[in-house]
Design a protein around this ligand. Sequence first.
Ligand code: PEP
Ligand code: MG
Length: 834
Amino acid sequence: MSSIPQDALLGRELVRLAATPDSKHAAIHEACQLLIAAGCVDPAFAESMIAREAVANTYLGHGVAIPHGMVEDKSLVRRDGIAVLQIPGGLTWNEGQVAHLVVAIAAKSDNHITILRRLTRLIQDSARLDALFITTDPSAIVAALTQEAALSTAAPTADFAEKFDWTVDYPAGLHARPAAAWVEAARAAGVPMKIRHGAEAADPRNLVALLQLGLRQGDGVTVSADGDEAAAALARFKAKITSLTAQEKADAKRAADKAAVPVRGWTPPGAPAQIAAIPASPGIAIGPLHILAASQFTVPDSPVPLAEGGAQLEDALTTTKLQMRAVVDDTTRRLGAADAAIFKAQAELLNDSDLITLTCQLMVEGHGPAWSWHEAVERMAAKLTALGNPVLAGRAADLRDIGRRVLAKLDPTITHGSMANLPDAPCILVAADLSPSDTAALDMSRIIGLAMAQGGPTSHTAILARTLGLPAIVAAGPELLAQKRGTMAIIDGQTGRLYLAPSAADIDSANTYAADIAGKRSAEAAQKSEPAITIDGVRIEIGANVNRPDQVPLALAEGAEGVGLMRTEFLFLEAGATPTEDEQLATYRGMIAALGDRPLIIRALDIGGDKQVAHLDLPHEDNPFLGVRGARLLLRRPDLLEPQLRAIYRAAAASDVKIMFPMVTSVDEILAVRETCERIRVELDARILPIGIMIEVPAAAILADSLAEHCDFFSIGTNDLTQYTLAIDRQNPELAAEADSLHPAVLRLIAQTVAGAAKHERWVGVCGGIAGDPFGAALLAGIGVDELSATPRDLPAVKARLRASRFSDLQALAARALAAPTAAAVRALDTDIA
Ligand code: PEP
Ligand code: MG
């Protein structure tokens, strides 16, 4: 960015207040006169601006228009400048678009981008904008358009008056997760702030700018703030950034421990160099690395009117944010809050004002939205990579990754490059991450393992690898991509390690271990469609947690006997709008068709707590986990409950469908939802369906005997039951390790639930995460639950564990667990039945 002072671009003489042009052309001429008088443009520039209007809509939105010249007329610009025409009475710019501020841009270079960035921020502050529409002080307009922009272009050494120095003590430096917390704190501060490292400075409200500082452990920074509240804001900010240190150190220690301690599984006898990543699909493979060049794809430049492009961009960003929320939600449930935080940080990149402004700027220059977005992402990512810091290279990869998600919304026709030049011999495929089109093109005869620099265990690549039975690791970091093509390697998908240039002894040992794993796996696989019947003849039903019809075949292939939990909130989260009764009907029918005559438990919408649906516009709650969520919300919102129940009753026909209500705490709630179900059933003349509830709060577990009288079954949601029993927010990464569903207090509530249900001969299932853990499943069976429902890929191991056990042993195990004092003591019992 150039360092030309902003007042050289826009001074009071370039602002005309209380203008009353009678047409768009008159306004453009009047604004252009100001630019001509200031020596910014040739008189012919007005015609160029008019010509631009014929090919592009320069109305930016919210009463602001930004006329500018044709790209090919840059020679008419003598120096960069901006002229502002204030039109208090408004002027119709295009049909339905009224301009109050006409910001005419003459730009040879990219200097005006800072002003545009300020404008895009201003546009979100309608109160301030409204004041500018009628102000009688031209310097108010100059200040609004230059001050904050000046912040990012001011001499970097110029701190604000109020400041403190701090030395970064995060072992991994300022990576995306803490940086996202800095951004949040800086935004909450309400005063302009600056972070300076040597000669580089950044506005801490801007994630990419912050990351570009490339702060590592030991780097000194000066944090400064402006305004009356500066001192208090700085104190709060300092408290926030220093409070992250403990977590960062703990994370670094965990990562170091993880890399140092051989995880259960294979350990090479030699000491080959290794890369520690996240396990994504178990198994061992030995072969040369094949590094897939970053997939190249072209994004066609298809310009559309600016306002339309802006709307498309906003839509794509909003939908991607919703999807990311679903990914965070899913990951929290599946892997815990600490892993989900990675996606949260990635989603934060979607709010980056520099990125969005650059995209808008490229659109203003006449490019299409998809092209502009892609170009902006690439430019920002290239800047991050160019700094030569591996942490930032990882962030560049994150940016590109999230960029692709948005791009797919902006132009669904874009396809990525294919898998060319694979060697003939079997190889371990190394890539940043694989797109769905890449994975579709995988040549399975030549690929024996996947190692990805990015991605998570729930990424497309990981899911595909598990489906195909390919050993895979993900999130190995940029170091992976720096490896030489053809390097011999061993990938261990169980431990998440990639061993480089192994010795002959390492390879022999790996081969033996692989043969053992293959034996165990084929034994599990051979039995996965067998029922989970213990040696002494007790059968546990096995369901899968599946939300969409297209996931059912995989679940059945893994041995699911039905669907024990269909979380319907995903329908609402992913759609970006409330699905209609008919849309829901189609999905439920799809599930039923995919399952044939197998059982399906459809859970009514569970919104609130960690599952927020933006488009429902629910009131803010200070403590949403203890607020109007689950059944409480449904009872207050018949507009959500009734269409859903109608769709379920209509879909169910002759199939084995049950309805389940989340977060029920009292008999009154059950009676109320039952009454609604019955009214709707009678209206539709539908069949009676069993109605059950989730046991997710201690009150429900304790009162299970009373609740059981009024419902047909229970399914225990151990994720929430653990959170409410242990008073640990399920999303709090700090406490993730302690939120153990095998805590004896949780187990005793489960036992109490089972006993309460037995009084009325109701069956009890468990659909929380612990049902998918083989040891957890064994304990639950011993406590007496009838059904377990888990993520499909967890099912074969759960079934194998149950089939290898004697029920009487499981009961004895459960008795010991229930008497144990701590979760660790419960887990220590695992060896007893290994
Ligand atoms: C649970 O709480 O265990 C559960 C299965 O429900 P969810 O994770 O959707 O809240
Ligand atoms: Mg729950």
